[in-house]
Each structure stands twice: as C-alpha cells, then as structure tokens.
Design a protein around this ligand. Structure first.
Ligand code: NDP
Length: 449
C-alpha cells in the first residue's frame, strides 16, 4: 500500500494550482486538488477574464460615439444594460470554470470542493475534518484585496464585489491608483459613472514609465475623471439617503454612491496552518520559496500570488508548470522572470516590457530613448483628441532594446509581440531592419527616430 493517500495534494485550483495539478497528473502522479470556492481562481472567476469582458463592453461607449464619424447612424443616447452585460459575462465565467474542472478531471486529478489547511509536512485537514496525506503539498491559494483600516471601511467594496453590483453607480470613488483602480475607473467612466480616483501617493501606476502614466493621467482628466492625490482615508459615513461621504486628508470630503478599494492584494496565508509544518512567510504573509518553488518545509511548495513574486496569471501558470515538470516529469525547469510583459487595460490601455527610462538610466548609465507621440489614424477621423505614445529605451553602449512602453489603442496586443523581440535581445538597428506594416499603429516601433 502507498505510504500516502496522494503523491501531490494541491491547495487552490486557480491558474497556478490547476496547471500544476493537470501536468503532475499527466506525468502519472496521483493528484488531489482542494478548492473552497470555484475552480479557476481569481483570474477566471473575479479577475482578468470578467474584467477584460467588462473592458470590451465599456469600450462600446466610445466606439458608438466614433461610429457616427464613420457614417453610422447611432441614436444620440444609446442605451446600456448592465444586467445584460454581467449576465453574459457570468455565463462565460461559468464556461471557463467548467473547462478548468474538466481539464483536471481528464488528466486524472481528483477535485475536492472544500477548504483545506496544512496540518503537518505531509498532511492536510479538510473543512469537514477529514485528514489526507500526500508526499508533496503545493500551496496555490492566491491573494485577496487589501482594505485599508479606517472607520466605515465596511461600507466599501473591492473588485470581488464590483462585478455583482445591481447597477452602474452614478458616482464612484476608487481608492488606489494601480492596475485595478485604473482599469475599473475606465470601465465605470465609460459606462456613465462619475469617477474619482483617490491615492495615498502623488502618482498613478507606480513602476510604469513616467511619461506613459502621465499620458494616462492627462487623458483621464480630459475625459472628466477626478483625482485626489496625497489622500488617506479618515472615514466613510453612510447617510440616510444611502450615499457615502468619504473624508480624507488634504482634501474636502466627497459624497458618492459606491466606494471601491483597489489598494493592493495580499497572500491568502492567514489560517492556513503553515506553522504546523514550519513553512515560513515574509512580513506581507507571502510564502518564502526558492527558485524551484520549495518552501522552508522540504515537502511543501508554493506557486502564484501566494508567493508574491509577480502577481500575474501567466507567471502563476509557468510556476505551476515548472513545479510539475521538475518533480514529476524529470525536466529541470525554472521560471525566467526577466522581461515579463504587462498591460493595464485602462481606457486607453498601456503595455510595457523591460526597463523604464528611469530604471535604465540608473542601471546602465548610457541610455538612448526613442519615442513617437502620434494621433492614431482612427482617432483622427473620429475627431478624438487622444494621442498615443510609444517609447523605446535602448542601451547606449550596445544599441540593445531594453524596454518598450506604450499607451494607445490595442497596446496590450502589440506589446506581446514586441516583447518577443526585447526578450530575444534585439537591437534598435534590428527593429529598424524590419519593414513597416502600413498603415498600422505598431509600425511606429520600426520607425522610431
Ligand atoms: P497595485 O499594487 O497595482 O496598486 C495598489 C494601489 O493602492 C497603489 O496606487 C498604491 O499606492 C495604493 N495603496 C497600496 N496600499 C495602500 C494602503 N494601505 N492604503 C492606501 N492606498 C494603498 O494593486 P492592485 O490592487 O491594483 O492590483 C493588485 C495586483 O493584481 C497588481 O499588483 C497586479 O500584479 C495584479 N493585477 C494585474 C492586472 C493586469 O495585469 N492587467 C490587472 C489587475 C490586477 P502607491 O503605489 O502610489 O503608494
């Protein structure tokens, strides 16, 4: 009889856990996956997927306006049905949730629809009290939104609840100015809300290239979004009419219908029983792992947001794949975290890969920067006064392209392809050697002066 119930017990069926479970099972391991909520995790159920669908839905507001300049007769005030959009989005989420579930099952993994916690180096305890043993445990439980401490914070929502609002709020205050804040600010603004973004610091999208985020800020303000910087919560009060009045430092109070917190995400390690196996976490609660995803307990590994390396779905998937290939497939693999492309699905969106200009100047000293600041053809005909900005950062010594940063229509689609070239270490001369594809926006990348 086998020493343990399973070769691998995965806690969490999000992007990382599902990939690890499926690949390990395909390599022949006896695998179980415990999931307390829905298979698919944050990305599928309440993150990237439904958010992107809302972004598409919201963008029709601009498209319908622009369509008139392209000869289409559109009613002056086209009607929007939030219930229709969210119902269709949830149906798509259900479809992917089912596909993930089937994938694990088809590979031979067993799904246990319960919360599991660690109760020893080789043991987990399920919510119903059952204990299961495994030679290896993989923790892939993700992260949760942070809600800042302030009186009345319970009146606010997070991105988890944003998808389930009964209606589009007339006025919404979004706290934070990172990915989630800017993406939902764009969505709600397009859908007709008056949006106020409030951030503790003086900037939006810390970490992105300065000129690119400044462009987003300018365009957002031009569209009517309001910003409150250097602002920390003092309190949120609900009035008799149901409205919320938010008091903050350095600014007058504002009254809105909804307050949404988008102030970062922290690993879901609380109450997970990690101390029972000697699994160490850092000051933010993230599981400490080595380059092979192994924690401080030799039989316990962790992948994805719970390790707080780069909080992106494709990273969790690669970590899950590498873990399973290493342990069960006999393939030594490590995730390469260099040159990971990223995007903010704001209106307009941002795409980036590699070093920002500031990082490159600090790390390389000699840097050459090329840029193109242009009005996309479609915006010109649409009379839309919204300029795109592309920046290429090159090593001044070698001519190697070390970063590309862009804001404008379809940038996330363009940056994925450009990232291949940056990752491959191509030079500016090699970009220029490629003939432009005209007329596109992406052709600017090979025409930069
Ligand atoms: P981000 O880290 O992007 O932004 C957090 C924002 O909240 C910042 O503006 C930060 O201010 C502010 N903030 C942080 N802590 C506090 C606090 N205690 N009180 C007040 N303000 C605070 O987090 P998000 O929540 O937007 O997203 C979480 C993660 O999810 C991201 O890091 C990203 O990796 C991932 N994600 C990726 C997406 C994508 O790829 N398109 C989309 C959505 C999420 P400041 O930095 O100015 O000090």
């Amino acid at each position: 009889m086998a020493e343990y119930d399973y070769d691998l017990f995965v806690i969490g069926a999000g992007s990382g856990g599902t990939r690890a479970a499926r690949v390990a099972a395909a390599h022949g391991a006896r695998v179980a996956v415990a999931e307390e909520y829905r298979v698919g995790g944050t990305c599928v159920i309440r993150g990237c997927v439904p958010k992107k669908l809302l972004v598409y839905g919201a963008h029709f507001a601009e498209d319908l306006k622009d369509a008139q300049r392209f000869g289409w007769k559109v009613p002056d005030a086209p009607e929007f049905d939030w219930k229709c959009l969210t119902t269709n989005v949830f149906a798509e989420v259900d479809r992917i949730n089912q596909a993930y579930t089937t994938t694990i099952g088809n590979a031979g993994g067993e799904i246990i629809h319960q919360r599991a916690t660690v109760s020893g180096p080789n043991e987990v305890t399920l919510a119903d009290g059952t204990k299961k043993t495994a030679s290896t445990i993989l923790i892939a439980v993700g992260a949760h939104p942070v809600v800042p401490e302030c009186p009345g914070h319970e009146h606010g929502i997070t991105s988890n609840e944003a998808f389930h609002l009964d209606a589009v709020p007339r006025r919404i205050l979004i706290a934070g100015a990172g990915y989630i804040a800017n993406e939902f600010a764009g969505i709600f603004h397009q859908l007709g809300s008056h949006v106020i973004l409030m951030n503790r610091s003086k900037e939006i999208l810390r970490g992105y290239d300065l000129q690119i985020r400044d462009r987003l800020l300018q365009i957002s303000m031009m569209k009517g979004l309001e910003f409150r910087f250097d602002a920390t919560f003092q309190g949120i009060e609900r009035g008799e009419d149901g409205c919320l009045t938010v008091s903050m430092s350095n600014h007058e109070p504002v009254t809105v219908d909804t307050v949404m917190f988008a102030t970062g995400r922290l690993p879901n390690t609380r109450g997970l029983g990690l101390e029972s196996a000697g699994v160490e976490v850092d000051e933010l609660g993230a599981i400490k792992v080595d380059a092979d995803n192994r924690s401080t307990c030799p039989s316990i590994y962790a992948v994805g947001d719970v390790t707080n390396r780069i909080q992106l779905t494709p990273i969790a998937i690669r970590e899950g794949q590498a873990f399973a290939d290493n342990l069960y497939g006999g393939k030594a693999t490590r995730v390469d975290y260099d040159c990971v492309p990223s995007a903010v699905f704001s209106h307009p969106p941002i795409g980036a890969v590699g070093m920002t200009e500031a990082e490159a100047r600090q790390k390389l000293g000699s840097v050459r920067v090329y840029s193109s600041d242009f009005r996309p053809m479609k915006n010109v005909l649409a009379n839309r006064d919204e300029r795109a900005l592309y920046k290429m950062v090159c090593d001044g010594e070698t001519d190697r392209v070390v970063g590309i940063h862009m804001i404008g229509p379809d940038c996330p689609e363009i940056i994925q392809a450009a990232a291949v070239a940056v990752k491959a270490g191509l030079t500016k001369a090699q970009f220029d050697a490629c003939v432009a594809l005209h007329p596109t926006m992406a052709e600017e990348l090979v025409l930069l002066k």
